[in-house]
Design a protein around this ligand. Structure first.
Ligand code: EPS
Length: 396
């Protein structure tokens, strides 16, 4: 089974990921991964940290001469900021004497993992929690997802994203193709495909900054050209919709996930939300699709926990980041006195970056489902199995 783990603290020496179960002979280069890492670092509204970091992957195992070996893939991303935190974050016991200018963090931020993590893991310095709870960890997930994208590319599957809403400002993208959305979003400073909405969002980010607060939003992830029948209806943990929702929900600060029409389906009649089924014999001049096909995609490319072959459409809602430059009420965990929450350096918003992270976690889940369906010892074996399946589908 394709699986991965990450380790590393936000201001520790590095982030580490181990990805296991990728087929052998898959072309993967550091450049494939670095492209995605760089996309994640962008977006208007990021804080000072992104001026320090220049995320680049080091491949420590599992790839030789540009191809996967089938063995675990070990990836490392150094934290440049580590230079400024060497004593505070040192693994050595002697360093615990601390630095006078960086006292323990004892005033938990509402909405962050600080308080509950401190209680649960018995920490009096909440830095022990926030360092790992930080969304810095998503750099490692993006590296893993980039390898997943390399696999998907071999099967003609693309995973893209764009910001559809920020601070209550909604993008208008009706009538645009996925390709148009992507090219517009990639040139927008907030990764939004609507130029008017982009301008309004930039102003809203500035307003949030000047008011000492943060801004949330919604991003959409699209999986273009997935094969029919990834995932399964037979068991709860095989259902691909559930697995994709979990992956997106696990991204820091995500509070809601929708698939296709999502919550809107609940407001409509039944006949308004199902994607009717049509058939056109293969080989005949295809006007709107060969074989079984649909004219709508309300279901977001998923039926019964399986891919329909239409684009998979997922949206995730990110709350405004919990660090507030104008801090909210909190309590000092040592003195128990009412106190303003601690202020850690942070971003005003990270919704544009979260979209890139969304692509990565979705790419991983789709890659995992692809490996399950087509076997995953070698790329050639997967391609043979995939070709056989495609040929079989043409007979139906
Ligand atoms: C983060 C706080 C900020 C962000 C960070 C996530 O970091 P710092 O405290 O070092 O300024 O920049 O995001 C990243 C470092 C990143 O690579 O995305 C947090 O508290 O979650």
């Amino acid at each position: 089974m394709l699986r991965y783990m990450t380790a590393g603290e936000s201001h520790g020496p590095a982030l580490v990921a181990i990805l296991e179960g990728m087929p052998s002979n898959l072309p993967v280069t550091a450049a494939d991964i670095n492209t995605e890492l760089r996309r994640r670092m962008g977006g208007y509204g990021r804080g000072g940290r992104m001026k320090i970091e220049q995320d680049e992957v080091q491949i420590l195992g599992g790839i030789r001469h540009g191809k996967t070996l089938g063995s675990p893939i070990a990836l490392v991303i150094q934290n440049r900021d580590w230079e400024n935190w060497k004593t505070v974050m040192a693994p050595e016991a002697e360093a615990a004497q601390g630095e006078p200018d960086r006292p323990p963090m004892t005033r938990p931020r509402p909405g962050h993992a600080d308080l509950i993590g401190g209680l649960k893991y018995d920490h009096l310095d909440l830095r022990n929690v926030l360092e790992r709870a930080s969304a810095r960890e998503t750099a490692a997930r993006v590296a893993v997802g980039a390898v997943g994208k390399c696999l998907l590319r071999q099967f003609g599957i693309q995973v893209v994203s764009h910001v559809v809403e920020m601070g209550g400002i909604r993008a208008k993208t009706e009538g645009l193709s996925a390709a148009e959305i992507v090219s517009l979003a990639e040139t927008s400073p907030v990764r939004c495909a609507d130029p008017d909405a982009t301008q309004a969002i930039l102003a809203k980010v500035d307003e949030a900054r000047s008011r000492g607060t943060s801004l949330g939003g919604v991003f959409e992830v699209l999986v273009v050209d997935p094969p029919v029948g990834l995932g399964s209806y037979v068991h709860w943990d095989h259902r691909l919709d559930g697995r994709l929702a979990q992956a997106l929900m696990s991204i820091q600060a995500i509070k809601g996930v929708e698939i296709g029409l999502g919550f809107e389906t609940a407001r409509r009649f039944g006949f308004e939300v199902q994607d009717e089924i049509f058939y056109q014999p293969p080989g005949q001049e295809a006007t709107e699709g060969e074989g079984f096909h649909r004219r709508t995609n309300f279901g977001g490319g998923l039926e019964g926990g399986m891919t329909t072959g239409q684009p998979i459409v997922l949206r995730a809602a990110m709350k405004p980041l919990s660090t507030q430059y104008k801090p909210l009420a909190s309590v000092d965990i040592l003195t128990k006195e009412a106190s303003k929450a601690g202020v850690e350096r942070s971003d005003i918003t990270a919704v544009p970056a979260a979209g890139v992270v969304g692509e990565a976690v979705v790419a991983f889940v789709i890659a995992q489902a692809l490996c399950e369906k087509f076997g995953a010892d070698s790329l050639a074996e997967m391609q043979r199995n995939h070709a056989g399946y495609v040929a079989y589908l043409k007979t139906r």
